[in-house]
Design a protein around this ligand. Structure first.
Ligand code: X2X
Length: 343
């Protein structure tokens, strides 16, 4: 009798285990940690966006999905231009990445780096929130990642250690660190500068040692990285290009999540991107110019170009624009130009 009871109990336990197997298997497919690649950490608006996303997802999935931040593109040894490839190869699970760093693999993303395409923030929004943004997301979806939301690094302003820049002549011979897309080499060369391509990690020591004279990055990046402390004394507000950020999950990871969890991760990315964008733009325009003022308070000489001055830079880069319009795809660029014109 006792033995029978024991056997029944054992069978029931075994049945229970078997019955639970599908769920247990599904759980087992979830990793203990999902690696999120970022170039900039949480002292920058970029990294804050990643942190907000991870926090929202952890909270809303009751810890089922745990995203860990890896700033400094550390999962690819700091080489920003390899981030997109690493996402497709399973080295990186998720990312908040700049259009610039992925543009060597996804040529359409060079769109935002066409010199002087984007006159203001509304122009960026007209692209990312419209059919152009959708087209770019479709392109990314065909390349093994699931794009979820648009954030922003920002309008990229030029700084240097030598003198104020107000016309292309002031760029002549300046050694400038640029990011990983050949379009940046073309633009800076057309303006008479000597561009040198290097990662962000190498850029700061290069400025400190004087190996390069200048760089271009958003004001929020300049401020949080304290570029004035590596000799960057002169900053020109010319807004020649901008780099949006894209919140993505590698497709091979995405597929392992339940539809409910996919929906949570997607909505959390949209919410985090919205907050991230607000952080990046705060203090940049209108009544609140605090980001600019804080730099000036640190002794950085900020120069805002007037229309005529800006036009000189526009004129000097028209050929680069035309060349890259073809490379990106004339149809997409024309769609973007039209969206900006009626923003
Ligand atoms: O490397 C840069 O300049 C940075 C941090 O802005 C990007 O990753 C595009």
């Amino acid at each position: 009798m006792k033995l029978r009871k024991l056997l029944i109990g054992l069978c029931a336990a075994a049945g229970l285990t078997l019955g639970m197997q599908p769920m247990a298997l599904a759980q087992a497919q979830y990793k203990a940690e999902y690696k999120m690649s970022l170039v900039l950490g949480t002292q920058f608006p970029w990294g804050k966006g990643g942190e907000i996303w991870a926090d929202l997802v952890r909270e809303r999935t009751q810890g089922r999905i745990n995203m860990k931040l890896y700033p400094g593109t550390s999962l690819v040894g700091g080489d920003q231009t390899r981030e997109f490839t690493a996402l497709r190869q399973g080295v990186i699970d998720l990312a908040v990445g700049s259009t610039i760093n992925w543009s060597p693999q996804v040529k359409e993303l060079n769109l935002f780096a066409l010199p002087f395409l984007l006159p203001d923030y509304r122009a960026i929004d007209a692209l990312t929130q419209g059919t152009v943004g959708q087209e770019l997301f479709d392109q990314l979806s065909r390349r093994g990642v699931v794009p979820l939301a648009w954030g922003e690094n920002g309008f990229r302003e030029i700084s240097n250690a030598k003198h104020p820049i107000q016309s292309p002549a002031d760029l002549k011979g300046l050694k400038l660190r640029v990011v990983g897309s050949p379009l940046f080499l073309d633009t800076m060369s057309a303006l008479g500068a000597n561009p040198v391509q290097m990662s962000w990690a190498d850029a700061q020591p290069a400025m400190a040692s004087g190996a390069v004279d200048g760089q271009e990055n958003p004001v929020s990046v300049f401020a949080a990285a304290k570029l004035e402390s590596v000799g960057q004394k002169y900053l020109t507000a010319w807004g020649y290009v901008a780099d949006p950020l894209i919140f993505v999950v590698a497709e091979n990871i995405w597929k392992t999540w339940t539809p409910e969890d996919q929906a949570i991760v997607r909505q959390a990315a949209i919410d985090a991107a919205q907050q991230q964008l607000a952080i990046a733009r705060k203090g940049m325009t209108g009544d609140d110019l605090s980001q600019w003022q804080e730099l000036e308070a640190k002794g950085v000489q900020v120069l805002h170009l007037d229309e005529a001055q800006r036009q000189q830079f526009v004129d000097a880069t028209r050929e680069v624009y035309a060349k890259w319009k073809k490379q990106i795809g004339a149809e997409l660029v024309e769609q973007a130009e039209a969206a900006i014109a009626k923003r």
